[in-house]
Design a protein around this ligand. Structure first.
Ligand code: CUA
Length: 334
């Protein structure tokens, strides 16, 4: 490891990294009332913890000043004053501060950031964690997508989070708190965006080799555009007209692709990997790891393990020509 020559630079650099300043996943840059409350709580906790820390330093200073019984400053030699000091700063103040923070964080904020009750009129989106992608379903429609969750802006959405394998944690820092996906459990959280935009999220529970590359995006749209998007996603895939794409379709159906992926409206009904019915409409591949462009898509099909080591997609040893035809087919799935 290179020697760090200027440790003085480390502190501001670390502070910047911790604050997430300028990153698209900034808990202190809220875009919903829920994350606004969480950010406010964070600042309050920082202020209170800062005051407690300064108080502790003052007590330490006092103890140092009073290290001998002779010539004591402040309370002289009064035992009662000393006892009062210990009770106030050692018990009453810490207990009050901790109980108050617990009350705000757990009793008030958990409720404020929770999903609308099941059965309410709020729209529901089912999110299923997989090693390593997010499956997204819209109950009541046939729409299934992956990693890019579209929602209407300024509308409360109930996210029901489950898992197909291990524990993951669904987290979109600028919109709300985390919610874990736990085997055998259905957890829920509210998703709400103040305005249209794209908000990046991340799996926040270590779930294996590609945990760090288990990203997601929430795309909040004006309601009419969201409706149009959902209607398009619910349709089956249109058959390709171009000859190259038609050949690509045959490659897809004849190889293991169709055992793991579903393309609605075709015989491909695999359930291992993401639904690809409208894959060309997404802006990224492999849970936001690479852009969804022909070159990256070809590289991904040729050697998925090079892009995302450990993932469950095998390299199928296809010829360059077959890869090209597959890309042409997948690019047509809008
Ligand atoms: Cu999924 Cu970490």
């Amino acid at each position: 490891m290179a020697r760090i020559r200027r440790p003085g630079l480390l502190v501001p650099a670390a502070a910047l990294a911790l604050s997430g300043c300028g990153s698209p996943q900034d808990t202190l840059d809220p875009h919903s009332p829920q994350s606004g409350d969480i950010a406010a709580l964070w600042w309050w906790m920082l202020a209170v913890a800062g005051a407690v820390f300064l108080g502790a330093l003052a007590m330490l200073g006092l103890a140092w000043l009073r290290r001998s019984r002779r010539g004591l400053p402040f309370f002289g030699e009064s035992e009662r004053a000393t006892t009062g000091l210990v009770v106030a700063f050692g018990m009453v103040i810490p207990a009050t501060v901790l109980v108050a923070l617990f009350g705000v964080a757990d009793l008030y904020l958990i409720k404020r950031t929770s999903a609308p009750a099941a059965g309410s009129s709020a729209m529901t989106v089912d999110v299923v964690g997989h090693q390593w992608f997010w499956e997204v379903r819209y109950p009541g429609t046939r729409a299934v997508t992956a990693n890019e969750i579209h929602i209407p802006a300024r509308t409360p959405v109930r996210v029901v989070a489950t898992t197909a394998d291990v524990i993951h944690s669904f987290w979109v820092p600028e919109l709300n708190r985390k919610v874990d996906t736990i085997p055998g459990q259905r957890n829920s959280v509210l998703l709400y965006a103040d305005e249209p935009g794209t908000y990046r999220g991340q799996c926040a529970e270590f779930c294996g080799l590609q945990h760090a590359h288990m990203g997601l995006a929430v795309v909040a749209q004006p309601r009419a555009r969201f409706r149009a998007w959902l209607e398009r996603q619910a349709r089956p895939a249109a058959p390709p007209s171009a000859a190259r794409a038609r050949r690509g379709r045959r490659v897809f159906m004849a190889n293991a692709c169709s055992d793991c992926h579903t393309i609605r409206g075709t015989p491909a009904q695999g359930k291992v990997g993401p639904d690809l019915t409208h894959v060309a409409g997404r802006s990224t591949l492999a849970a936001l790891t690479i852009p969804n462009a022909p070159r990256e898509l070809a590289a991904w099909i040729r050697d998925p393990q090079a892009v995302k080591p450990g993932n469950r997609m095998p390299g199928l040893r296809l010829s360059p020509r077959q890869v090209g035809e597959l890309v042409a087919y997948l690019e047509h799935l809008r």
